[in-house]
Structures are given as C-alpha cells and as structure tokens.
Design a protein around this ligand. Structure first.
Ligand code: IPM
Ligand code: MG
Length: 356
C-alpha cells in the first residue's frame, strides 16, 4: 500500500515522541511491504515563532493533501499565564479541527495488564477496564461566540450544538458499540443545560436505530465519580467537547499514565492521530518523555485511516512485549522497576522497534 503521512510534531515533547512514531511506521512499512512517504509541517508555538500564525496555510494544505497526520502536541507555558495574549498555540489546534471537519475524537482507555500497579487506582477496581470515549470535537463552548462586555468586566463563552452535530457523533459511537460490548453511556448535564437537553433528545432518537445497544444517560458529575469508582462498568462513552476533554484526562489514570494514551480525530477528511498528553515543557528536551502514546497513535492511524489491522496489532503487541520485559519510562515506573529498566524516549523507541 502506498500512503503519504504528514508528521506535525508541534511543541515541547511533541518533537521527541513523533520522531519515535515515525520510526515505528517506517519499520511497519518495511516489514509488511508498504510504501509510506512523509513530509513535516509546523503548528502551535513553533509556527507562531516562524510565521506569526499558529496554523500556517501551508500546514493546512499539506494536511488536506495527506492520507493521514501523525500529530505531537501544542502549547507553550509563556501563553498560559498571559491571559491577554491575542495569538495562542492552541488556536492552531482548534482551527485544524474545524477546517478538517474532525468532529469525532476517539480516545481508547485500555490498561496494559503489566501497568496495573502503575495507576493510582486499586488493581482490583481497574482490572479489565476497557473504555472507548467518543468526544465531540468541533462544537460546544469551544467554538461558540466568546467575548467581553461591561468594559471588559464580564466575559462570556457561548455553548452551542445543532441536532446534526449531535446526531453524527452519536451515530459513530453507536456503530462502535455494535462492534464491542454493545453498551453505550451518553454523558451530559441535561438537568441544567439546554445544549445537553438537545443532546439527550437526539441520542435517544438515534438509539432507536440500534435496539441491540444498551443505552444509559449519565450526568457529567456522576460520570466523573463512576469512572474512578467502577471503570469496568463502561464500554463506549459519548459526550460533548468540554466534558470529553475533562473526563478523558481523568480516565487516563485508568491506563496508568497520560503517557500511554493515544487518540484519533476523524471526520470528513484526513484523520489526525495524536497522544492525549500535551507539550509537557517541564520535561521537554530531557529525553525522558514516554513515546508509547505516539506509537499507539501510529497504530490507530494504521487501523482507522489505512484499514491495516494486522499492522496496528503488530505495534500494540510490540508495546505489550516491551512492558512485559519490564521496561518503563519514568512516568509508568513503579516500586518494582529497577533503575536499569527505566528508559528514556529513544531507548524505549528502540525496544519497541526490536519487538515489531
Ligand atoms: C486536548 C487538549 C486541547 C483541548 C487543548 C490543548 C486546546 O487539552 O486535545 O484534549 O482542550 O481540546
Ligand atoms: Mg485535553
């Protein structure tokens, strides 16, 4: 198979982890007889520094032209404490999602057995947890009208959803549930928010098309509690943009570390695959970042954008073997990990490559 992949490392540890992601894709291509070509492009803080624009037109065009995008992270601490900054790295990410029509963000939360003790949740609660989140990605309070009034003393962000937007993400989630345990939990705040009442109404309607799927509706606050109390009760979870952002960071602890979680953003055109961790400037350049989320993002890319299931499994199995052999990056090490088994980014990447 011939495919063109755009690598967009972005900021911070994005550079280090996507370098490993590209290497494992190369190895897969060699092993399975595919031809992958690559290009790179700028986004986020590095793009602002180079061009003044967090999503340069050239990057957007390259994304549209590619068969898939392997993405790193965006963000820089210099903007975090400067609420007055007019141009921000994150604007690049949000505009990319909107321009590419990436309305569905899939975040699989699956614990590798070897990492049971790396989580802060008790192993007996965690064992067997396997959740697939569908986070809506192009609507909600993220994209509504925002601004200031009363001479800047009052601020507002408008949350908006259309029937169509809820329907298409709901349908994706139901389709996925049909291939899994046929359980779907829709998360909203319908006791307070009008957008959530529309959300619930639409999900109930779509549910009629999938009578085999057992559906429950939960409020977001209760879901935050249930995820930690009993993660195994969930199969597919579908929710709005902001709730999904928050709940998936929480759920990352079920998988041991944010450093393990990959995500796929899909929709109308090119799919974008990225770790859910951010740019992590506190560890940038130190060579200690966990590259496994980028490896697992490459696996999602192969599976979802190219339909290469066996190749994706080869990557997941390689990660599994490396963990079984006892190798850890710092973020997933526990009291049993010997110091010689604690690897940096590149050494961990090498271990994965050797096991493909
Ligand atoms: C994520 C991130 C982004 C978001 C930020 C960087 C804008 O937290 O992808 O989860 O809020 O969507
Ligand atoms: Mg987030």
């Amino acid at each position: 198979m011939k495919k063109h992949i755009l690598i967009v490392p972005g900021d911070g540890i994005g550079q280090e982890v996507t370098a490993v992601g590209k290497k494992v894709l190369d190895k897969i291509a060699a092993k399975f007889g595919h031809e992958f070509t690559y290009d790179t492009a700028l986004i986020g803080h590095v793009a602002i520094e180079a061009t003044g624009n967090p999503l340069p037109e050239e990057t957007l065009q390259k994304m549209k032209d590619a068969d898939a995008v392997l993405f790193g992270a965006v963000g820089h601490p210099k903007y975090d404490n400067d609420p007055t900054a007019k141009v921000r790295p994150e604007q690049g990410l949000l505009r990319m999602r909107k321009e590419l029509g990436l309305y569905a963000n899939l975040r699989p939360i699956k614990l590798f057995d070897e990492l049971l003790s790396a989580s802060s949740i008790k192993p007996e609660i965690l064992k067997g947890a396997d959740i697939l989140f569908f986070r809506e990605l192009t609507g909600d309070i993220y994209f509504g009208e925002k601004g200031r009034k009363n001479n800047g003393d009052t601020a507002f962000d408008m949350a908006e959803y259309s029937r169509y937007e809820v329907e298409r993400i709901a349908r994706k989630a139901f389709e996925a549930a049909m291939t899994r345990k046929k359980k779907l939990c829709s998360v909203d705040k319908a006791n307070v928010l009008e957008t959530s009442r529309l959300w619930r109404e639409v999900v109930q309607k779509v549910a009629l098309e999938y009578p085999e799927v057992e559906v429950e509706h939960q409020f977001v606050d209760a879901t935050a509690m249930l995820l930690i109390k009993d993660p195994c009760r969930f199969d597919v979870v579908v929710t709005a943009n902001l709730f999904g952002d928050i709940l998936t960071d929480e759920a990352s602890q079920i998988a041991g570390s944010m450093g393990m979680l990959a995500s796929a953003s899909i929709g109308d055109g090119t799919g974008v695959y990225e770790p859910i961790h951010g740019s992590a400037h506190d560890i940038t350049g130190k060579g200690v970042a966990n590259p496994l989320a980028s490896v697992l993002s490459a696996a999602l890319l192969l599976d979802i954008s190219f339909g290469l299931r066996a190749e994706a499994d080869a990557l997941i199995n390689a990660v599994d073997k490396v963990l079984k052999a006892g190798y850890r990056t710092r973020d997933i090490a526990d009291s049993h990990t010997t110091s010689k088994n604690i690897l940096g980014t590149d050494a961990m990447g090498e271990q994965v490559l050797n096991n493909i």
